[in-house]
Ligand binder design. Structure first.
Ligand code: IFM
Length: 446
């Protein structure tokens, strides 16, 4: 059985972060407010009332953080650009001071020999656009494309590959369907126009990035869906969930059509959101690589409440992370092999753009995280041996950071952050990842 020591020559190693989770400096250099700045002020929505206003203060401490990355021997760094630093109201003239931060960051990464891999949208929509309807407003897709082009015009001389969106499934469902993330709307399935408009924004931006000679990726949060039992009702519920979580965000991009969402009560035109030609706009630009964010499989049963299409049930008898997520490394192999079987030649090369786990601070010496990463990288090596073209792995995350509704409680970092003092302390998993990368590089003489 292949394992992490068998990952191929040229395999790229990285870490991933996101702007609102690490940058802080929420009001500096002309940054406009995003939906997250607004949402965190609502009483009771974030554990202990935490906010990302300071976060890891990466905006000021990025040289120290890049030194930590250099110490890992990384090939690449996946970060996100805060739209409202570049365009404080989401549209209009660019904010030179905001773009200058990313200039400094990119130059320092290149100086350290690390390839920057930016994500243009990791959930922090400018509040001014939310005031116009956010992703429920079709116009936001066009504003996103404008923002992508303006940012690429400034940084595209040094960055060759761009990720448009991060996890549109999570943003749609948590942000617009359930209201547990910003912008805090609880529209249930009527949230799905927000999904279509994000994908439309992806397609429009991808065309403009390609026109500039740049490569384009999309990072989806994907999960292998398993029925709780082989009973037909559980199989039907599992297929409905798979369409919502996975296929809704991957079929239009790779196949140029939406999956059947009728089991969710969603009409073919997603409540009138899909206009003629939209699926071409999403599909035609093509995808240079698919970003896969994997954390766990999802087990689905037929609904106990008949007004719902499915129930999510726990996967017992496996370890669970501090977040309560089941740890199933083979789920990653199954997911990747399943993508290959489903999409065949329509599937571009893959990069794992997130994978990792939260571990309680008290769980020294970080063995749970090391085990999680090791077993998932073993599963990844097996998937590659089974024929899936996976080119790289970006673990989530470099630093402990602001974990959305959980505030600072879920610690995903290779590096511990003391949020009182901003002291960074590498954990045992940091040394483990560094040594793994070094061994791979030595094996392939880089
Ligand atoms: O922290 C998040 C990240 O922003 C998106 N993917 C999942 C991570 C862990 O929950």
């Amino acid at each position: 059985m292949p394992d992490r020591h068998d990952l191929p020559a040229g395999f790229r190693w990285g870490v991933a972060t996101a702007a609102y989770q690490i940058e802080g400096a929420a009001e500096e250099d002309g940054r406009g407010p995003s939906v997250w700045d607004t949402f965190v002020t609502r009483p009771g929505v974030i554990r202990d009332g935490h906010t990302g206003a300071v976060a890891c203060d990466h905006y000021h401490r990025y040289p120290e953080d890049i030194a930590l990355m250099k110490g890992l021997g990384l090939d690449g760094y996946r970060f996100s650009i805060a739209w409202s630093r570049v365009l404080p109201t989401g549209t209009g003239p660019v904010n030179p001071a905001g773009l200058a931060f990313y200039d400094r960051l990119v130059d320092a990464l290149l100086e350290a020999g690390i390839t920057p891999l930016p994500t243009l949208f990791h959930w922090d929509l400018p509040q001014a656009l939310e005031d116009e309807g956010g992703w429920l407003n079709r116009d936001t897709a066009y504003r996103f494309a404008d923002y992508a082009a303006a940012t690429a015009d400034r940084l595209g001389d040094r960055i060759s590959t761009w990720i448009t969106l991060n996890e549109p499934f999570v943003h749609t469902v948590f942000g617009y369907a359930m209201g547990i993330h910003a912008p805090g709307r609880a529209l249930m399935f009527e949230a799905l126009p927000a999904a279509h408009h994000q994908l439309l924004g992806h397609g429009l931006a991808a065309s403009l990035l390609h026109e500039r000679g740049l490569e384009v990726m999309l990072s989806n949060n994907l999960t292998p869906v398993e029925p709780a039992t082989p009973n037909p009702a559980d199989l039907t519920a599992a297929a409905a969930y798979d369409a919502l979580h996975n296929r809704l965000f991957t079929d239009p991009v790779l196949l140029g059509r939406y999956p059947d969402l009728s089991a969710l009560g969603v009409p073919d035109d997603i409540f009138g959101a899909i206009h003629p030609g939209d699926t071409d706009l999403i599909h035609a630009p093509g995808l240079d690589a698919l970003g896969v964010n994997y954390y766990n499989p999802t087990r689905i049963a037929a609904p106990t409440d008949p007004s719902l299409p499915f129930d999510l049930v726990d996967i017992p008898d496996v370890p669970h992370t501090a977040f309560g997520w089941p740890v199933v490394p083979d789920g990653l192999r199954r997911l990747l092999v399943g993508l290959q079987e489903l999409y065949g030649i329509a599937l571009p090369p893959i990069a794992i753009t997130e994978n990792g786990c939260s571990v309680d601070e008290s769980a020294a010496p970080d063995q749970l995280r090391i085990d999680y990463l090791a077993t998932h990288l073993d599963a990844l090596a097996t998937a590659i041996a089974e024929g899936v073209d996976v080119r790289g792995y970006y673990t989530w995350s470099l630093l402990d950071n602001f974990e959305w509704a959980e505030g600072y409680h879920q610690r995903f970092g290779l590096v511990h952050v003391d949020f009182e003092t901003q002291t960074r302390t590498p954990k045992a998993s940091y040394a483990w990842y560094r040594d793994l990368i070094a061994a791979h590089q030595a094996r392939h003489r880089r």
